[in-house]
Write a protein that binds this ligand. Structure first.
Ligand SMILES: Cc1cc2nc3c(=O)[nH]c(=O)nc-3n(C[C@H](O)[C@H](O)[C@H](O)COP(=O)(O)O)c2cc1C
Length: 213
């Protein structure tokens, strides 16, 4: 196998035709596993789009920290712009782009907060400095200087010098529960493959449609 081989000739990718999939979460799991092998940096990075109260869109990258048939989970500061916008609309769209695989996955749906237990369990896996950073950051608020942030970090490092660092009450996660998931694979001459799975509610079955690229 040559690195320069067109993607459809790289034998380690999903066997068979992904457009034959009949359910999106297993296909996502396969593509995500392949992305983790192929992408040198942040294969778990996804753009999350929200809207503000006036309908103005907003988008930013976050890291996917869990997914299963319940949806896609990320963590953030509950005082951030995204949290404010999610509090208003409770809906989001997300996109992954894995350049090395020439693949895109899009999903959109309702958003629900994760449970305190789930957030605690994830927070406990973060490095100590990242835990302290979560305490020190008033994410998306104006910061007068880098020094002010470093002082806040030092203050929390001293406060939590002994024992475990608890999860800040203003820091937790969201689960995007998709009503729609689309898979896009680049093909030669821009003749790409696209399939979209849709469902009317979380208990409803998925229906699949192939789309023109
Ligand atoms: C690759 C990457 C991963 C990121 N992961 C997260 C994340 O998991 N959670 C988070 O709150 N911000 C993350 N950020 C920062 C966000 O993109 C954003 O700057 C921040 O959350 C503030 O967004 P907001 O003002 O729209 O709420 C990440 C940024 C990049 C570039």
């Amino acid at each position: 196998m040559s690195d320069a081989a067109p993607i459809e000739h790289q034998g380690w990718l999903t066997g068979g035709d992904f457009t034959a999939a009949d359910e999106p979460f297993r296909l996502f799991a396969t593509w995500f596993a392949e992305a983790k092998r192929a992408e040198p940096v942040n294969p778990d990075a996804m753009a999350v789009a929200t809207v503000d109260a006036s309908g103005m869109p907003n988008v930013r990258m976050v890291l996917l920290k869990g997914f299963d048939e319940g949806g896609f989970v990320f963590y953030t500061n509950l005082g951030s712009v995204k949290a404010d916008e999610l509090g208003g609309s409770a809906k989001a769209a997300l996109t992954f782009y894995w350049k090395s695989l020439q693949r895109q996955v899009r999903a959109r749906g309702i958003v629900e907060p994760v449970s305190a237990e789930e957030a605690d369990a994830y927070f406990a896996t973060r490095s100590r400095m990242a835990q302290i950073g979560a305490w020190a950051s008033k994410q998306s608020q104006a910061l007068e200087s880098r020094m002010a942030f470093e002082k806040a970090i030092a203050r929390y490092a001293a406060k939590f010098a002994i024992g475990t660092v608890p999860r800040p009450p203003f820091w937790s996660g969201y689960r995007v529960v998709p009503a729609e998931i689309e898979f896009w694979q680049e093909r030669l001459y821009r003749l790409h493959d696209r399939i979209v799975f849709r469902r009317d509610g979380t208990a409803a079955p998925w229906s699949k449609t192939r789309l023109y690229p």
